[in-house]
Design a protein around this ligand. Structure first.
Ligand code: ADP
Ligand code: MG
Length: 361
């Protein structure tokens, strides 16, 4: 036995960001401070099995690797045994989107009574839903793009006025974004520029979720900032996404080699705009009760230089070239130290929660 902290690094999952998660997991594994931590890779397969230690390393060498006889997760308490793991001191889930970023795996760690990196159940669940996050941002006084939310039951009612392009365009204008409320990586999102785009865009978004947002399009550039901490927080500088004219930050632009998008870190923007982006991010982080980390994305509107909040990512991409670690690198926190700090924050939160009473003494 060593006296190093044992870290269960969980990656994979079943979302559109599966591949990103595999890369994020591998990068964290390579960069984590091996003097302090014994790290155990745990691959969460697409069909929701926790793979054994041996299988988990194989997927990094061959992303197409699949398990023929997966260890089935019988019950929560058998988890470490099934994955051939020693008892862990802390978990680092880097599973984006569905299950990993929405409070589900966070609830699992709460049941295991183990510390875990990143946001707790409530913040993860709330910030996975773009509408709830926008409502909280508004409540904190941060501007958001105006929107109409359409629930499945409304979509199924063909007489519902929200399905009428005239109704939404009178309210929001004719330049619109249609998106699933709970998704990531720009999946299911359409930039709607005319009436004929509208119903197909709704059909596309409803493939992924039971709630779809129709938003006014904000014309401008995208700015992102990173937050780290529990009660005491550090807000990084601001990075900017430079999309080719007329295109948005689509799945292809995020991950494809032929992407025409570039990241500019730090953003070349006036100090007062940078401060606005950062102070808005702090307000949103507090309003959504985040802890550990989050990346907060906004649009800088060209017409009036207003900073309009777009969405919060509770488990941002963590590859070496991802915005979140890059922003902290620019702030003087190296990738390896960022990982250590996130683990410390997980343990601090867990230790604090232990001091709370569940009933009167
Ligand atoms: N209201 C909007 N106005 C302008 N562009 C938008 C708007 N909503 C989304 N986009 C574009 O679509 C991209 C993906 O949308 P986003 O809401 O961030 O979802 P995801 O969780 O998939 O990243 C954004 O990065 C931006 O380029
Ligand atoms: Mg986004």
């Amino acid at each position: 036995m060593t006296d190093k902290t044992r870290v269960g690094l969980i990656f994979g999952g079943n979302s559109s960001e599966y591949e990103v998660s595999i890369v994020s997991g591998h990068n964290i594994y390579n960069a984590i401070d091996k003097e302090k931590y014994d790290v155990y890779p745990i691959w969460l397969t697409k069909d929701n099995y926790f793979a054994s230690l041996e299988d988990s390393k194989k997927v990094w060498d061959d992303p197409t690797y699949t398990i023929k006889n997966p260890h089935k997760l019988a019950n929560v308490s058998n988890f470490e045994q099934l994955a051939n793991l020693p008892e862990m001191d802390v978990y680092f889930p880097i599973v984006h989107g569905n299950i990993g970023e929405d409070g589900v795996i966070q609830g699992f760690f709460r049941m295991l009574d183990k510390p875990f990196v990143g946001d707790d159940v409530l913040a993860a669940a709330v910030t996975m839903d773009k509408e709830f996050t926008k409502i909280l941002a508004q409540r904190a006084g941060v501007p958001v793009a105006d929107w109409v939310a359409i629930k499945r039951f409304e979509y199924n009612d063909k007489n519902n006025s929200k399905l009428d392009y005239k109704y939404v365009s009178e309210k929001l204008g004719t330049d619109l974004f249609v998106k699933p409320s709970n998704q990531g990586s720009s999946v299911g999102i359409t930039h709607v520029k005319s009436e004929s785009d509208y119903l197909p865009a709704l059909a596309e978004a409803f493939k992924y979720d039971d709630k779809v947002l129709v938003e006014e399009a904000i014309t401008g550039t995208e700015v992102e900032t990173a937050v780290l901490g529990n009660d005491d927080i550090i807000v990084s500088g601001v990075g900017q996404i430079i999309n080719a004219k007329g295109s948005f930050y689509s799945y292809k632009n995020k991950y494809d080699d032929s992407s025409t998008t570039t990241l500019q870190i730090p953003a070349d923007l006036p100090a007062e705009i940078v401060e606005k982006v950062r102070s808005n991010a702090e307000k949103i982080y507090r309003a959504t009760e985040c802890s550990g980390m989050a990346r907060i994305d906004s649009m800088l509107r060209t017409s009036d230089h207003e900073v309009i909040f777009n969405e919060l990512n509770a488990l941002p991409g963590f590859t070496n070239i991802s915005m979140y670690p890059k922003l902290f690198e620019e702030a003087g926190i190296k990738y390896t130290d960022l990982i250590s700090r996130l683990i410390e924050l997980a343990v601090e939160r867990h230790n604090h929660k232990k001091t709370l009473l569940h009933k009167p003494e």
